[in-house]
Design a binder for this molecule. Structure first.
Ligand code: PLP
Length: 293
C-alpha cells in the first residue's frame, strides 16, 4: 500500500515550548523522515488510521481525542488538535474522488536529541474489503502473554495506546496465516477475550451486543463506539463486558470492527465454524460506509 497524499506538520520551538505552525503537502516520494528519527529506530511514536468516505473523514473527533490520549501515555508533546483537524480535512479533501479512502496520522518523538517531534499525515484510496465484509474472516485465538489487568499493573507496557510498535500485531497476523486463519483475536493469560491486532471484537447473543471492556488493556475502538450508538437506535442492547473464549464459541454471531475495513463477521474460530449474521453485517456496513463527523 502506497500513499497518494502526504502532508508534513511544521513545528517551531518558542519560549513556551514546541508549537505547531501549520502543514505543507509534499510529493509522496520526497525523503522526509530521517534515518535517525526515533520512529525509525525505536518505533517511538503514536498514530491513528481514519477512514474517509468521498472526502469526509469518519469519527474524526474520537480519533483526535484518542491520538492525544496515546501521546499522553507516551509522554509525547500534546498534539495541537485544531492543527491536526485542518491537516486531516485538507488530506481528506484531496481524496474526495474515492468512495473509500484512509488517512494515517503519525506523531513521533523526532530525531534523537533534537527535542522536536516529527509528524505527518498520509492518505490513499482503500483496498477492496467486500469479501471480508460479506463472507467474513476466520480467526485464530492467540495468547497475548499478558494478564487482563496489564493496563493498571504495568502501564509502561502501553497497553491500550496506539503506538507505532505494531511489529507484534503483524507477527500475530502471520501466525494466524500459518494456522490457516485470516485474522486474530487475542486472549489474556487469565482467559479474557481482548481484541484483534487492528480491530475491536463485538459478539451478538440474542439482541445483546457485547464488546470487551476497555480497561482490559485494549484500544477503545472508534468504530465499535459508533456501531453501539447505531445499535441502540435499532433496538439492540449493548454492554462492555468480561468475555471468555466460550462466550465467543457460543455466540450467535461476532465481528471484528475497525475504521477502514469496517465490520468483518467471524466465520470460524480456531477452525470451528461460526454463523455469519448476513443481515446485521450488511446493515452495520451500510451504516459505517455512510457515517460522517
Ligand atoms: N484495536 C487495535 C489494536 C487497533 O489497532 C484498532 C485499529 O487499528 C482497533 C482496535 C480498532 O479501532 P478503530 O475502530 O478506532 O479503528
Amino acid at each position: 500500500v502506497t500513499a497518494d497524499v502526504l502532508a508534513l506538520v511544521q513545528f517551531a520551538a518558542g519560549p513556551d515550548g514546541i508549537s505547531t505552525t501549520g502543514h505543507r503537502v509534499v510529493p509522496v516520494g520526497d525523503p522526509v523522515l530521517s534515518a535517525l528519527d526515533l520512529a525509525a529506530t525505536r518505533g517511538d511514536g503514536v498514530f491513528e488510521t481514519i477512514s474517509v468516505g468521498r472526502g469526509a473523514p469518519q469519527a474524526l473527533e474520537p480519533h483526535l481525542v484518542r491520538f492525544a490520549r496515546s501521546a499522553r501515555m507516551l509522554d509525547l508533546p500534546a498534539p495541537d488538535l485544531d492543527a491536526w483537524r485542518a491537516i486531516v480535512l485538507d488530506v481528506a479533501g484531496r481524496l474526495a474522488a474515492h468512495d473509500e479512502a484512509w488517512i494515517k496520522t503519525v506523531l513521533t518523538r523526532g530525531v534523537e536529541g533534537a527535542d522536536v517531534p516529527t509528524a505527518w499525515a498520509s492518505g490513499a484510496p482503500s483496498a477492496d474489503f467486500s469479501a471480508a465484509r460479506t463472507e467474513g474472516v476466520a480467526v485464530a485465538l492467540l495468547d497475548r502473554g499478558v494478564r487482563s489487568d496489564v493496563a493498571s499493573s504495568s502501564p509502561w507496557l502501553l497497553a491500550g495506546a496506539k503506538t507505532l510498535s505494531y511489529a507484534v500485531n503483524m507477527a500475530a497476523k502471520r501466525e494466524a496465516a500459518r494456522r490457516g486463519a485470516d485474522d486474530v483475536v487475542f486472549v489474556s493469560t487469565d482467559g479474557a477475550l481482548l481484541e484483534g491486532p487492528t480491530a475491536t471484537l463485538i459478539l451478538r447473543r440474542g439482541d445483546l451486543l457485547s464488546t470487551p471492556r476497555a480497561d482490559l488493556g485494549i484500544l477503545a475502538g472508534t468504530t465499535q463506539a459508533d456501531v453501539f450508538a447505531w445499535a441502540h437506535e435499532h433496538g439492540l442492547r449493548t454492554e462492555h463486558a468480561l468475555l471468555s473464549p466460550s462466550d465467543l464459541a457460543s455466540a450467535d454471531a461476532a465481528w471484528l470492527v475497525s475504521s477502514v475495513r469496517h465490520a468483518a463477521p467471524l466465520r470460524a474460530v480456531d477452525g470451528a465454524p461460526l454463523a455469519v449474521d448476513v443481515e446485521l453485517s450488511n446493515a452495520m456496513n451500510r451504516f459505517l460506509a455512510t457515517r460522517v463527523r
